[in-house]
Design a protein around this ligand. Structure first.
Ligand code: SAM
Length: 267
């Protein structure tokens, strides 16, 4: 029998395929513009640098791990793990991003993974670490994605996301531009509160932490009690299968954070 859920899933897939084809046609008609430029702007490169300086400053044990990178875009973050001799499987929901990633980095392993469509990810194998930076807020069903990722994760998820300031546990769905290669492929994302993220990490991974420090970039707030009015508010979380003894992580949310030391020394 065909259930309502099956129809919904089928029609979601048809819409995704039609959107992907329309995107390709629009790009051809647009001619010379680089469709991946959005990943390569000076702003995008600057926030990438700030995020990865910050991640390094957390002094997590990341050397030699197996890593599942989700929402990898065109692969600009992966070198961080290659430098630490990790074995990385890069994934992204958009086939065109995965193709561009492999064109740029033919030595990498990469495949399409739409995290709005996931159920069982066990065919991918098990990973020590899931790296989920810049993706969660582009998902329409982020809790289902975290649950699926937790099942293939042995140790921890490194999670950076846009959030909505607030003390309630709330998801705050948000429409996004599905035509943009770095936005939600479904056209529906979310801006969860920090308590929502902590609650979901605890529920699906067992242990939830927020970094005491923030990357040195204006999107990452330091003061949460009276947040500055601006388009994006970001924070960094770690979900772990076992308790982590790490001086840079806190099991409860702080209303005041500071910049990471690595960024401070960089000036
Ligand atoms: C803002 S980019 C992030 C790229 C990189 N991780 C970073 O932080 O700079 C968001 C990425 O998520 C991907 N994405 C959007 N919706 C997705 C979905 N449902 N499943 C998996 N990836 C998705 C986009 O294709 C895009 O590459």
């Amino acid at each position: 029998m065909v259930t309502g859920d099956t129809w919904q899933s089928l029609s979601d897939r048809v819409i995704a395929v039609v959107r992907s084809q329309v995107r390709r046609v629009r790009r051809r008609l647009a001619g010379s513009g680089d469709p991946f430029e959005v990943f390569l702007t000076s702003e995008a490169l600057a926030i990438n640098q700030a995020r990865q300086d910050h991640l390094a400053s957390l002094e997590l044990d990341l050397n030699g791990k197996t890593v599942l990178e989700v929402g990898a875009g065109i692969g600009l973050h992966t070198k961080f793990f290659e430098d630490r001799e990790c074995s990385v499987l890069c994934t992204d929901g958009r086939p065109e991003n995965v193709a561009e990633l492999l064109r740029r980095y033919p030595h990498r392993r990469a495949q399409v993974l739409d995290l709005d469509e996931v159920g069982d990810l066990s065919a991918l194998g098990m990973f020590d670490v899931v790296y989920c930076y810049g993706l969660l807020y582009h998902l329409s069903r982020p809790e289902q994605a975290l649950q699926a990722l937790a099942r293939v994760c042995r140790e921890m998820i490194l999670l950076e996301t846009c959030v909505t300031p607030g003390e309630e546990v709330a998801l705050h769905p948000e429409a996004e531009d599905a035509w943009n290669p770095n936005q939600a492929s479904s056209g529906l994302g979310c801006r969860p509160t920090r308590p929502w993220v902590m609650a979901m990490l605890k529920k699906h991974f067992g242990h939830a932490y927020i970094s005491a420090t923030q990357p040195r970039h204006p999107d990452f707030d330091l003061t949460w009690a009276q947040p500055i009015s601006k388009p994006l508010h970001r924070a960094v979380f770690v979900g772990a299968k076992a308790p982590l003894a790490n001086a840079h992580l806190r099991p409860a949310l702080m209303m005041q954070q500071v910049h990471d030391l690595a960024a401070t020394t960089r000036g």
